[in-house]
Design a protein around this ligand. Structure first.
Ligand code: NAP
Length: 492
């Protein structure tokens, strides 16, 4: 394990993953109460890093202090949320079916619960240096589940990652957790990431970033002798439908709301609303005018790292190469080291013909697709691939006229929003931050909220196992009063 920010070498990966497996075998036996205390202690140690952490991340990411303070709060809140989940206990989905010996054939005693899968490799995200990196949601949920964790630090905020890794190390010592239940790997060669995914002890992978990166990790895993699950969250264009009556009533308010969402954090959110679809009308014209004016007022700003800026500019150039695409905002300079926000416009028929226009442009950008009627709007909406979110801005009158839209939305995305903006992902039990491919590699799971823990567990049932040999959650006595399903009756 590397706690300096020196580069991990390829030969070290085998040793790190062997240590992770050894540690997993001990860590998975640590009681839920002790694991909860460990997560709480990590939150405490992160807070204890104080100003040094914020200052370091500011230097590395160009993110403003207010955003970093908020994100640090979200990160420690996530750790504490998983600690509470462990203390409550029902997340293990314990279920007991008692034996019925005189049934023909006799029914055996069968008891089921979720168990951790093994060492998890987490790739830190560039755009969430705290909440989706070293001690972020993937790490917190994996440690909560009883898995050991190896984090591959994102090179764009290596010093931040190293500070947080040191805080986790302190928590390991303080709580006397098995050594190596968390390890920190650094390096910028894709070979390191590939070796981590393909090492035989690795049991699952969590990733947030580009489609190319997420898909590559998925492919490395699928050609292993023993394939493993890879939960890649690869972003989205997050289509927004603007319905006609809503625009007629509120075009200016909606446009102002969306100007804020498109440019929030220099557009560097996977839920950024990058595709806006409406039907030609006076209301849509009012929306376009207000949105363009508002975006023209937003000052250009530095992005997270120069690679992301270059990718933004390259993708914009591809969009602008389509003769049907018209910029609605001021001309931007491509030779600057800061990103200017941009809104472009295209007719539905031209959008449908060009795959480049359907791709995510990661940054402060959105394309407005103007359709001739509701059929074309639905064709444009359906032409985009799986999404994290889709939003519908509509009045009661709009929804009465188009009752099928919400059902259609669930086919496209993991989160369906009505009359709101998709940026700002609440961390709670009901959140779904996931969606059909290519938004993620497994649409059955969420990367945010309590259910994120489900990515790192699998069900096991014990048949005719004597009570004293069962895990606590399945013992007849139920010492921790965990809610369980008994003989098919709801959890009680
Ligand atoms: P990235 O390029 O996907 O990299 C993220 C992590 O994955 C890095 O640690 C990187 O390794 C690793 N990685 C990427 N490709 C790999 C491969 N083929 N083999 C092994 N490891 C690989 O993401 P990024 O640096 O954050 O940003 C690049 C682009 O990703 C952005 O321009 C944007 O388009 C997109 N992005 C999307 C989201 C989203 O939520 N939708 C978030 C962030 C970024 P190294 O450390 O070795 O480089």
């Amino acid at each position: 394990m590397s706690l300096s920010n020196s580069i991990t070498s390829l030969p070290e990966i085998d040793q790190i993953m062997d240590q992770s497996m050894q540690s997993f075998l001990a860590y998975k036996k640590v009681s839920a109460i002790e694991r909860a205390a460990f997560l709480e202690r990590i939150a405490f140690e992160i807070e204890a890093l104080g100003e040094e952490l914020i200052k370091t991340t500011k230097e590395e990411t160009n993110l403003p202090e207010a955003r970093l303070l908020g994100e640090r709060g979200r990160t420690t809140m996530q750790l504490r949320m998983f600690a509470s989940m462990l203390l409550e206990g029902s997340w293990v989905e314990a279920s007991i079916d008692h034996a019925i010996p005189d049934k023909v054939p006799a029914k055996p005693d069968i008891r089921k619960m979720l168990v951790p899968v093994g060492p998890v490799v987490v790739f830190g995200a560039s755009n969430f240096p705290y909440a989706y990196s070293t001690a972020g949601g993937d790490t917190a949920s994996a440690l909560a589940s009883g898995c050991s964790v190896v984090v591959k630090a994102h090179p764009a905020h290596l010093r931040t990652s190293t500070l947080i890794a040191a805080a986790i190390e302190k928590a390991i010592d303080f709580c006397k957790m098995p050594k190596h239940c968390f390890q920190h790997v650094t390096g910028t060669s894709f070979e390191i990431g590939k070796a981590l995914v393909q090492q035989s002890n690795t049991s699952a992978v969590g990733f947030t970033g580009s489609f190319t990166g997420g898909r590559a990790l998925y492919d490395y895993a699928s050609v292993r002798n023993k394939p493993i699950p890879v939960f890649s969250e690869m972003g989205s264009t997050n289509p927004v439908l603007l319905l006609q009556d809503a625009l007629l009533q509120n075009a200016e308010t909606i446009a102002t709301q969306y100007a804020g969402s498109i440019t929030l954090g220099v557009g560097q959110f996977c839920t950024n609303p990058g595709l806006i679809i409406g039907i030609q009308s006076v209301g849509l014209n009012r929306f376009k005018a207000t949105l363009s004016n508002a975006i023209n007022q937003v000052a250009p700003a530095k992005m997270l790292h120069v690679g992301i800026l270059k990718a933004y500019e390259t993708k914009l150039s591809k969009v602008l190469a389509n003769a049907g695409v018209t910029p609605l905002t001021n001309e931007i300079a491509f030779d600057a080291d800061i990103a200017s926000p941009m809104i472009v416009h295209v007719q539905g028929i031209d959008f449908l013909k060009d795959e480049n226009l359907k791709e995510e442009v990661f940054g402060p950008y959105a394309i407005i697709v103007e359709c001739t009627d509701m059929d074309e709007l639905k064709a444009v909406w359906n032409s985009v691939s799986g999404q994290l979110t889709t939003s519908i801005m509509g009045s009661d009158k709009d929804f009465e006229a188009n009752p099928e839209l919400i059902e259609l939305a669930t086919q496209i995305a993991g989160r369906v929003l009505l009359n709101g903006v998709p940026t700002g992902v609440e961390v709670c039990a009901s959140m779904v931050h996931g969606g059909p491919y290519p938004a993620t590699t497994d649409s059955r799971f969420t990367a945010v909220g309590l259910n994120a823990v489900k990515r790192w567990v699998r069900p096991v049932c014990y048949q005719n196992c004597p009570d004293h040999l069962l895990p606590e959650a399945l013992k007849e006595t139920n010492p921790f009063k965990i809610k369980r399903m008994i003989d098919g009756n709801p959890y009680q």
